[in-house]
Design a protein around this ligand. Sequence first.
Ligand code: FES
Length: 574
Amino acid sequence: MSTSERRLRSSAWFGMADRDGFIHRSWMKNQGLPHHVFDGRPAIGICNSWSELTPCNAHFRRLAEAVKRGVWEGGGFPLEFPTISLGETLMRPTTMLFRNLMSMDVEECIRANPIDGVVLLAGCDKTTPAQIMGAASVDLPTIMVSGGPMLNGKFQGRDIGSGTDVWRFSEEVRGGKMSLATFLEAESCMSRSNGHCMTMGTASTMASMVESLGLTLPTGAAIPAADSRRYVLAHMAGRRIVEMVHEDLRLSRVLTRPAFENAIRVNAAIGGSTNFVVHLLAIAGRVGVPLGLDDFDRLGHDMPLLVNLMPSGEFLMEDFYYAGGIPVVVKALGDLIHRDTPTANGRTIGANVADAVCYNDEVIRPLDRPLKERSGIAVLRGNLCPNGAIIKPSAATPALMRHRGPAVVFETSEEMRERIDDPTLEVSENSVLVLKGTGPRGYPGMPELGNMPMPKRLIERGITDMVRISDARMSGTAYGTVVLHTAPESAVGGPLALVRTGDSVELDVERRRLHLHVSDTDLAARRAAWSPPAPTHERGYANLYVQHVLQADRGCDFDFLVGGSGAPVPRESH
Ligand code: FES
């Protein structure tokens, strides 16, 4: 139904000629708004995750101004509002602890206010899924404008990438191959413009997910934050959201099962972050689209890696944009993509990419010359992870994809940090590092500790990778033969809790197997002797989190947030 045939939602606030209408309009007029903006035009919420504590989103006030210009031009009425923001680099113990809190903030702020359509402004890792989760549970017309990646880092005559080169430099310092002074000099060279991490880390993965789901205008994922075209995109999104309100193009009409399948395939082709899994599962849960862990493997395991970006490749997001960005990838995937899924601009994804041209086939490889034949995310099963675990083969060492070795177990991340460089630690390149207590409930918040550091003495011998297993996540900018998201996690009594140093652990990615070579009898005896860790949080949000968070194979949403409640709020406040 178009808006000529139905009342706008905001008219229940602004369209009344009574006492309540007076209150709703009068206080708004203290901002200098003339009476005619309450004439029945769409009220567009601009949901802004700006914060100086989230440096990746620090330019969002300017971005919001560009959106507002577009909204006014399109005949709408922009209303910017803040939400909590989640800065990946500063927040402790981990931003993932607060993703669901942010989604609640976004959901309730949208629903409680006179808003007909929403523009979401997100950038840093968790801000993107949190906003989509919250908005999806309200289900108004919604479009996202991501903040865009930073320009390429430049250091000593070469490009360096957010995160990926931090991990590399840090290991080089620990191995004595880089001086501390050189390491510290790289700081200002890596992050030299506004924007989020410019590797294909989690932020770029999330922005690409948004574009492949159809929730932003074409090319929205890759335009650098410092490029004026990012502001043109924001302006055009402001214009477009007004049309989306008139068309009643709600999130649930875009977020269909085929759109999720497209996102999984695109994520494989771009070498996206493993964090994609928990976030996409959580978003699907909000809109009631059935999606399981095995869908990621089934749809993504035979996908070629086309995009040559760190950490799986060598280039960065700025290069990706100049090469053509996500539209080129979607076009290259041809029939592997559902081309008739609707997108925010009113056209199908197939129509949006029909004229896409690749300008650099080293950055975006053609289908017949991929960077790697197989990409995607492999879902492992076995007695160590009955509900699954994941690994990103494109970031792993091929020789370790089939490996059996003795476990070196750390009960906590603190123990791991304390002992990893201990010269007396019995560890070799054949060992399998096992870290417990880093899952959703155990930490709590499932931090990005899965790519635990290599033991210093192995680095000094030139060893750069070994098999590592945990119930944690991993930074999207990281790499290595790292098994993540083991479910159930150790803190709830998953089999990971029962592993002991010296146990033989077998990883076989080709066969999707993760097996602990301990007899069922011995495991039963260990289970009988196991007791859960003492609760660490007795009050506050962390306590709520621990009580209600779902396991990684279900996206780590809260059990009571799955699904949506729509937009209606029938009761008045006065
Ligand atoms: Fe914000 Fe990487 S730290 S995107």
